[in-house]
Design a protein around this ligand. Structure first.
Ligand SMILES: Cc1cc2nc3c(=O)[nH]c(=O)nc-3n(C[C@H](O)[C@H](O)[C@H](O)COP(=O)(O)OP(=O)(O)OC[C@H]3O[C@@H](n4cnc5c(N)ncnc54)[C@H](O)[C@@H]3O)c2cc1C
Length: 385
């Protein structure tokens, strides 16, 4: 029987995870913030952690996860942050799996969860469309039932890492005659189906992680429907809540702040009062965010998180991340314009890429303006809108 990692003291658990991480995390992936594991690298990471018994810390044991307490999950994240690990999206493990566990059939769980665990399946998230982002419920991609299949037509956009994914979870319209939220379904599809094409989009940072995904009479078995027909909005919302928890963590602000401190030292700006004042404000904000995150984590341990607080965390974390990277560019003067990695003091990073990673963080996982609507709605009441 597998060892109960929850029975270890926090210190012993931290030491065990740190030892494995330091011995096994490839050095070439130790590039925080600006590097994200994609495609075969992401698959390799899932396979490594799976083989070593470290995969899926938050999943219940009955589904093959570690069933770790939230405290121990946070310890794992802290150690990865301290080891300067590259980011991993894990749309299958972090976003889809929790909704499959809640809304999926036994067959769906048995088919998809093991393949997410062992890295056989990489997933992507097909929610946004060219005319449906913030107002997601207006989405127009359709799925029409035809015997034992759905025929899907339409287009998704901004689908992260779709070009590397084996499968996609999509929101589709299955009923046009009801209120817009009531006619949506959540469907799973293989990326190699006839009629499904992916077109990467090159962004200003010179990267093509985001994609368009086109559905042209794509035929998917009806057993790929998750939850009830026309009830996909409930499934979609559960997933978005999980996404906001991740995006409200202080990891990226904390890592970027460390880089900012290195820059200030490397550029010998320690006596510049203006710089010091601005850095001090950012540090205070970082402490506030970390304290709020701790409170939210403690509340989550007691099962008491509310949506407005998750939205607040997402807003605070992403805007602080941007303010810190803005300050990095400000203190770097002409080096900030270089389209290549720079070495300043002890810091060796690509400032432009860092800035480009921070910019969209206020847009994805629900734009911050929309999060502010949620916050005002929940705290002040609908009249405040
Ligand atoms: C890096 C990145 C990765 C992404 N990855 C994925 C992915 O994997 N899968 C996926 O499905 N989508 C993904 N998205 C898409 C993302 O979810 C959408 O961009 C986001 O929901 C906003 O939608 P939109 O781009 O259509 O902008 P719009 O909704 O058109 O918004 C435009 C502007 O108007 C504001 N606005 C809109 N409505 C309101 C309102 N009611 N009140 C106040 N202001 C409002 C917005 O805040 C924004 O500033 C990603 C986006 C980015 C940037």
């Amino acid at each position: 029987m597998a060892e109960d990692l929850n029975a270890l003291s926090h210190d012993a658990f931290r030491a065990r995870w740190r030892e494995w991480l330091h011995a096994n995390f490839p050095n070439e992936w130790r590039i925080p913030i600006i590097h994200r594991l994609a495609g075969e690298d992401e698959r390799r990471w899932h396979r490594m952690t799976y083989a070593a018994g470290w995969r899926a810390p938050s999943w219940p044991k009955e589904y093959g996860g570690l069933g770790l307490s939230l405290e121990k999950q946070l310890i794992m994240n802290e150690e990865m942050e301290a080891h300067r690990c590259a980011r991993v999206l894990d749309s299958g493990g972090a976003l889809l799996a929790p909704v499959l566990m809640k809304y999926g059939t036994e067959e769906q769980k048995a088919r998809y969860l093991p393949a997410i665990l062992n890295g056989d399946d990489l997933w992507c998230q097909g929610y946004s469309e060219p005319n449906s982002g913030s107002d997601l419920a207006s989405l127009g991609t359709t799925a029409v039932k035809d015997g034992k299949h759905f025929i899907i037509n339409g287009q998704k956009i901004w689908t992260t890492l779709a070009a590397f994914a084996d499968r996609i979870f999509v929101l589709v319209r299955t009923n046009k005659d009801v209120k817009k939220q009531a006619g949506i379904s959540f469907i799973l599809a293989d990326m190699d189906l006839p009629g499904l094409t992916v077109r990467p989009i090159m962004n200003l940072a010179g990267e093509d992680e985001l994609c368009e995904v086109f559905f042209d009479n794509v035929c998917v078995p009806t057993e790929n429907l998750v939850g009830a027909l026309d009830q996909g909005w409930t499934v979609a919302k559960a997933l978005l809540g999980d996404e906001r928890i991740t995006n409200g963590a202080p990891t990226l602000p904390r890592q970027s702040f460390e880089m900012l401190e290195q820059l200030v030292q490397g550029l010998d700006l320690g006596d510049d009062q203006g710089v010091n004042d601005r850095v001090a404000v950012l540090l205070c904000d970082l402490h506030d965010l970390a304290a709020l995150h701790r409170q939210v984590a403690d509340a989550a341990i007691r099962g008491e998180v509310d949506n407005a607080v998750l939205s607040m965390m997402k807003v605070l974390a992403t805007e602080l991340f941007q303010h810190i990277t803005d300050e990095m560019l400000r203190v770097s003067n002409e080096s900030a314009g270089l389209v290549e990695p720079v070495g300043i003091g002890g810091l060796d990073t690509d400032l432009r890429k860092l800035f480009m990673v921070a910019r969209p963080s206020t847009i994805y996982a629900g734009a911050n303006e929309v999060q502010r609507n949620i916050i005002s709605n929940m705290l002040l009441g609908p009249a405040a809108k």
